[in-house]
Write a protein that binds this ligand. Structure first.
Ligand code: ADP
Length: 267
């Protein structure tokens, strides 16, 4: 990124972000028709996400955030536009192929956890891998639960876990097959503030380990854990900026010529 004062260091975004494009959305539209009324939920969205980035999507209610997230997550198809995922055109695949690509490439976390109540944490994490015929399921499920700090709750059922812990199980389920990208729609929407911070700490840690992450939130204190903020309004992208984390900002400002440059956003 070039600003008035020079070029930002590459570590102004996620430590492991690189130039390889993972997601390329071009001029995406989504129109819902209800009776004779048209709702333009997305009205020409173009967005690239590189491997290793951590993107927060924010915007007021009704701005199109969830629609965008569902299209990104291959849970819904656009009305118009192109979606390339790892170079493959995935916007309009038929259902079976779509499910295959989704299972392979995307881990999705929902606001409401979506865990099965009669299954334990480890069984919940294993479940999608059974459908996907993934091998070493128990091993992978245990490793994923370890990554979210829940090894000691592995055999608990959802009702025996706090909201934050249930969401951590959902994150473990999403990452167990090592997808290309972790996506989340308001992942902290149902949990207490402190548990929300724990969930964001997990997202950050996974991102530091190289996982690309995209989440939707309406809370600035949640978005500030990301490295890039995309603001949506009326189905369009209003702003798209790196988030300057204090330590990186300090390093950057020490470089000659950068002190008065305007650039990334402080949250
Ligand atoms: P946000 O997540 O920012 O609150 P949404 O993506 O849910 O926004 O919605 C964007 C717009 O599309 C809103 O006007 C909403 O009413 C409309 N919308 C979303 N889903 C549907 C649907 N299934 N049918 C009709 N309209 C929808």
């Amino acid at each position: 990124m070039t600003t008035a004062g020079g070029t930002l260091p590459s570590n102004a975004s996620s430590p492991k972000a690189n130039l390889k494009p993972l997601i390329e959305l071009t001029d995406i539209h989504k129109v819902y028709t209800i009776g004779d009324q048209e709702v333009r939920a997305l009205d020409g969205v173009s967005l690239d996400v590189r491997v290793g980035e951590f993107v927060a999507i924010m915007g007021p209610s009704g701005s199109g955030k969830s629609t965008l997230m569902h299209i990104l997550g291959l849970l819904d198809a656009p009305t118009e536009g192109t979606y390339l995922l790892n170079g493959e055109n995935v916007g309009y695949l038929e259902d079976k192929k779509l499910a295959q690509v989704r299972n392979r490439e995307i881990g999705f976390v929902f606001q409401s956890y979506n865990l099965l109540p009669s299954f334990t944490a480890v069984e919940n994490v294993e479940l999608p891998m059974i459908y996907g015929s993934v091998r070493k399921r128990r091993e992978r499920a245990m490793a994923a639960l370890d990554r979210v700090g829940l090894t000691n709750r592995m055999h608990h059922k959802p009702t025996e876990l706090s909201g934050g812990q249930q969401q951590r199980v959902a994150i473990a389920r999403a990452i167990a097959t090592e997808p290309s990208v972790l996506m989340a729609d308001e992942p902290t929407g149902n949990v207490a503030t402190r548990q929300g911070e724990e969930i964001m700490a997990i997202f950050q840690e996974l991102n530091h380990q190289g996982m690309t992450a995209i989440l939707v939130t309406h809370e600035p204190h949640i978005a500030q854990h990301a490295t890039r903020l995309v603001q949506v309004q009326d189905g369009r992208i209003l702003a798209d900026q790196p988030i300057r984390h204090r330590i990186l900002a300090a390093e950057w400002l020490e470089q000659p010529g950068n002190a008065f440059a305007s650039g990334p956003l402080d949250l």
